[in-house]
Design a protein around this ligand. Structure first.
Ligand code: UDP
Length: 391
């Protein structure tokens, strides 16, 4: 294994980052017979889906915030099930607004409770249609998308302030795609995700990623932040770190939101659900996670919770959510122009391609990147800097 400061294994494959993207690429290439060196800056694998047991309570903690695996894609589901036993889990979220607790995503129960009504599905559908506001053409931003979907009252209660806290910007400046992540239902189905396959690894995500990296063709080095100059000599680099980090941030920093967690323990069941959102502007945090509810098959007398707040990401903070507003998109375009001139490096994953990706999308894309690389290699062609466009 390479020591600190040494360069890449000559002729081998170098993967920067042992999160989902890096681990999946490493595994797929190692299974195809290639030698893969994975270098990770943190002292653990699994990136932001890292889980570890809290020694005091015994609860499995999602260290970087809640991660629930859900997908519609059978090949992705089959892939992850090779490395972990997935336990059945349906994610449910509540939100506290104006002194009341409602179910999310907005569903028939939420609507009836909010408007103090007892409407049936078709009545509620017609009622909400009467509240919506559509401009000319498709919604251009988060706020227009919300007004077109649920109208002003529901938007103000459940989305406006939460989104301002989460993104630090008026929702009218955010892309509509962020809201499109959430469904609107005219039934009492309060499952947060609609996907067919859903679950949580019995021993956590870190155990799953450790199993992916456990292959004779893979070497893993933790606690080493790789720089571009360390990668000389590698046959190919897969960079899952921040795109601007590869270039030493020389054009400036791409904007991210980072998260702060204030952890606390208690006895029993603190909030009765895994995630409680807080939609009111007076409450500084966006949500509280009670981790033991992610493992309903375990029993714990004590409980471990995390209050989550969001703020602009500084140079020494962990980047979570790419902001992708106008300034960032212009800077992204400049970095893409630089990346286009690189040879032998492909940028992957949430940080490498500066996109808000779910876990299943990361895995699907990483499998595709590995496939495309093997094909290009067979044909003696280079792999482009991006297999999935960040634009
Ligand atoms: N959102 C909101 N209120 C909520 C939950 C979500 O306004 O109670 C908005 C918010 O802008 C968030 C987006 O919907 O960024 C997507 O929510 P999701 O639960 O997918 O966010 P994640 O869990 O990825 O942070």
């Amino acid at each position: 294994m390479a020591g600190p400061g040494t360069t890449a294994d000559p002729g081998g494959i170098l993967v920067a980052g042992a999160g989902l993207s890096g681990a999946v690429i490493a595994r797929c290439l190692a299974e195809a017979g290639l030698r893969v060196q994975v270098v990770e800056a943190r002292d653990h694998v699994a990136g932001n889906c890292h889980t570890e047991r809290d020694p005091e309570t015994g609860v499995m903690v999602h260290r970087y915030g809640p991660h629930i695996f859900h997908t519609e894609k059978a090949p992705v589901w089959d892939f992850v099930n090779r490395f972990a036993r997935f336990m059945p889990y349906r994610h449910r979220v509540r939100t506290t607004v104006g002194g009341e607790v409602y179910a999310l995503p907005v569903n028939l129960g939420t609507i009836n409770q909010f408007f103090r009504r007892a409407m049936r599905p078709d009545e509620a559908r017609a009622f909400v249609a009467g509240l919506t506001e559509t401009g000319d053409g498709p919604p251009r931003n988060f706020e227009e998308q919300a007004l077109a979907m649920i109208g002003a009252d529901l938007y103000r209660a459940f989305f406006k302030s939460y989104t301002e806290k989460q993104w630090g910007t008026p929702p009218a400046l955010l892309p509509a795609a962020i809201l499109k992540r959430l469904p609107l239902r005219f039934s009492y189905d309060d499952s947060y995700f609609s996907h067919r396959f859903q679950g949580i690894p019995e021993q956590g995500y870190t155990a799953m990623v450790t199993a992916m990296l456990d292959h004779p063709g893979i070497t893993l080095q933790l606690g080493r932040a790789l720089r571009r100059e360390d990668t000389a000599g590698a046959e190919q680099v897969f960079w899952s770190g921040p795109l601007d980090g590869w270039f030493g941030h020389r054009l400036g920093r791409l904007g991210y939101r980072t998260l702060d967690f204030e952890h606390f323990t208690a006895t029993g069941d603190w909030q009765g659900c895994p995630v409680m959102n807080y939609g009111d502007p007076e409450v500084p945090w966006t949500r509280i996670t009670e981790h033991k509810h992610f493992a309903p098959w375990e029993e714990h007398a004590a409980t471990f919770c995390s209050r989550e707040t969001s703020r602009a990401c500084g140079p020494d903070d962990i980047p979570y959510y790419p902001i992708r507003l106008v300034r960032e998109k212009a800077l992204l375009a400049d970095y893409l122009a630089l990346a286009g001139a690189e040879r032998g490096v492909t940028f992957v994953g949430r940080l490498g391609s500066y996109r808000y990706l779910d876990m299943d999308q990361c895995i699907e894309e990483a499998m595709e990147v590995a496939r495309r690389y093997l094909e290009a290699r067979r044909q003696g062609r280079p792999l482009p800097a991006f297999v999935h466009s960040p634009v």
